[in-house]
Design a protein around this ligand. Structure first.
Ligand code: NCD
Length: 324
């Protein structure tokens, strides 16, 4: 397919950002621009089942210092579907173990002619540090408990698709709010688009200070169930916790797992999301995770479209009508 000839409308509308670091820094218009672009890409992929070689000659590297299944694969697929090359950098086998600094490693990778670095790191702010030190684009694929912008975008895209809007919806984020980067990105994105957000979980994981971000907080899932339109069930981030936030996983599941009995207390068209990986029986029971209210796998599908949109808007030409 010749990108210059095709009738696909995916032309960036002059988005002049170089990096995607957080949803906190984006405006409602910018978030909507990415979501609209992602919807176009999804439609194109579903209809044509083909690649859209809009970024030939561009190279993206995934620089992951934490485990990942969905995010890394999804970014790689997104880049390839746009005709870009991708390289996976494995932190475990790199010269970091020989004492090279994070920035030196990244600068060396960039010196090989990279257009975008997609980074996941356990330290909040690591992508911002790279953005300040590299000339190429930096995309945050999760920095500690800070932000995970493409996860927030794909969650919001899935809600918008299923509900037809974001404004006016009541959306609950349930679980380990304290350690969740997904929660922070969702809060920024959803609030900017006019949703009401409730954070819900045990008091050890949900501080009243969340109210400062303009969200409501609750310690009781049962109390909020009847009034929510969407539930986003977040994993307990054991790997980020230094103390035990509740007596047992069984007790947590008793109070917060979304199961069939709790489903009876919700609105009939409740939408259930989970960023994955899901721990079946902890935050959600298998019958609900695989049931008709769940959009968990659709989120994964939308993840590829959202990441294609982000890469295209950051790396594509900035002038409308001029592809290359
Ligand atoms: C999330 C992450 O890594 O922050 N997962 C993901 O990107 N698919 C959430 C999680 O690990 O629970």
């Amino acid at each position: 397919m010749n990108p210059e000839k095709h009738d696909f409308e995916a032309v960036p509308l002059g988005w002049n950002r170089r990096h995607l670091l957080s949803l906190e820094e984006l405006s409602a218009e910018e978030i909507t621009l990415i979501l609209d672009q992602a919807a176009l890409f999804k439609q194109a992929l579903v209809q044509r089942r083909t690649r859209l070689p809009l970024l030939p000659g561009k190279t993206c590297v995934t620089l992951f210092f934490e485990n990942s299944t969905r995010t890394r694969t999804s970014f790689s697929l997104a880049a390839r579907r746009l005709g870009a090359d991708t390289v996976d950098f494995s932190a475990a086998t790199s010269s970091l173990s020989k004492g090279e600094t994070f920035i030196d490693t990244a600068k060396n990778i960039e010196a090989m002619g990279i257009d975008a670095v997609i980074v996941r790191h356990r330290t909040p702010g690591a992508p911002q540090l790279l953005a300040a030190n590299l000339r190429c684009s930096v995309l945050n694929a999760g920095d500690g408990a800070h932000e995970h912008p493409t996860q927030g975008l794909l969650d919001i895209m899935t809600i918008r698709e299923r509900k037809g809007k974001i404004e006016g919806l009541t959306i609950a984020l349930v679980g380990d709010i304290a350690h969740s980067r997904t929660a922070r990105s969702n809060i920024w994105g959803l609030k900017k688009l006019g949703a009401q957000v409730i954070v819900c979980g045990p008091s050890t994981l949900v501080s009243p200070r969340w109210a400062e971000l303009g969200v409501e907080y609750s310690y009781s899932l049962d109390a909020i169930l009847p009034r929510v339109d969407v539930l986003n069930l977040l994993r307990i981030q054991f790997e980020r916790q230094y103390t035990r936030p509740f007596p047992s996983v069984r007790e947590y599941a008793h109070l917060y797992a979304m199961d069939r009995k709790r489903l009876e207390k919700t609105k009939p068209d409740i939408l259930i999301l989970a960023p994955g990986p899901i721990n079946r029986g902890v935050e959600v029971t298998p019958d609900v995770a695989d049931g008709p209210h769940s959009a968990i796998l659709e989120q994964v599908t939308n993840g590829v479209a959202v990441r294609m949109a982000a890469l295209w808007l950051l790396l594509g030409p900035k002038e409308k009508g001029k592809l290359f």
